[in-house]
Design a binder for this molecule. Structure first.
Ligand code: PGA
Length: 248
């Protein structure tokens, strides 16, 4: 069985000095410092992560990437090959906060997925429904539509992250039954489109914490976790990584 992947998503948090102590604690913790664990940091700190993680098992990840793949006149943008050059192995694409606050749509996300793959990184493509959509019984339709974007990188290596928007940063976690059902559906859709041979991990994200990680990560349909708030604090993150390790 493939190891479960735990990615911390720091979002727009972190400062150089505080990062040093948090990252050092991660390096010193055998549950965290192993294959299948990584941190997605803001752009300014990627070099710091790459330097501190050098020679360790921890992966560096970015939270976003430009839709423009080639160097040029795109002020403020960071292209995929720059991220790869910095040592990023993973990059989040289409996080719900990007879709919500920055209007990222299907056309833009297709380009981001393609750019990430072309640069040799593994995109972590995020999908998920709002509370309104779930309550209207539109989960399968909404997430199914979001998954179609993956056609842009059919046959390539990628990871999917299922994050119900209503469970992100709210402390409101989806039930184990809801998570399992959503993951089954996503796996089924991905296999339908990309062939039964596709080996695909679907991470769960949305208020994953020390106290719910065991139950979530022990589901066979869950390939790992995308952890926001709890990745900013060593104890909770260590416990989540321990839960993932237990499934090995
Ligand atoms: P959360 O965030 O764990 O703070 O809910 C998850 C995410 O948005 O990736």
């Amino acid at each position: 069985m493939q190891a479960k992947l735990v990615l911390g998503n720091w979002k727009m948090n972190g400062r150089h000095a505080a990062n040093v102590s948090l990252l050092q604690s991660m390096l010193d913790d055998a549950d965290i410092n192993r294959e299948g664990v990584g941190i997605a940091a803001p752009y300014p700190y990627l070099a710091q992560l790459a330097a501190m993680f050098a020679g360790s098992k921890l992966a560096v990840a970015a939270q976003d990437v430009s839709r423009y793949a080639l160097d040029g006149a795109f002020t403020g943008e960071v292209c995929a090959s720059m991220l790869a050059d910095m040592g990023c192995r993973y990059v989040l694409v289409g996080h719900s906060e990007r879709r919500q606050y920055f209007g990222e749509n299907d056309a833009c996300l297709r380009e981001k997925l393609q750019a990430a793959v072309a640069a040799g990184m593994v995109p972590v493509y995020c999908v998920g429904e709002t509370l309104e959509e779930r309550e209207a019984g539109r989960f399968a339709e909404v997430v199914g539509e979001q998954l179609k974007t993956l056609d842009a990188i059919a046959g390539q290596e990628y990871v999917v992250a299922y994050e119900p928007v209503w469970a992100i940063g709210t402390g409101r976690v989806a039930s184990i039954e809801q998570i399992d059902a959503a993951h089954q559906l996503i796996l089924e859709r991905v296999l339908q489109c990309h062939g039964a041979s596709a080996s695909i991990r679907v991470l769960y994200g949305g208020s994953v914490k020390a106290d719910n990680a065991d139950a979530i990560l022990s589901l066979a349909s869950v390939g790992g976790a995308l952890v926001g708030g709890a990745s900013l604090e060593i104890k909770g993150f260590g416990k989540i990584c321990q839960s993932a390790k237990k499934t090995l």
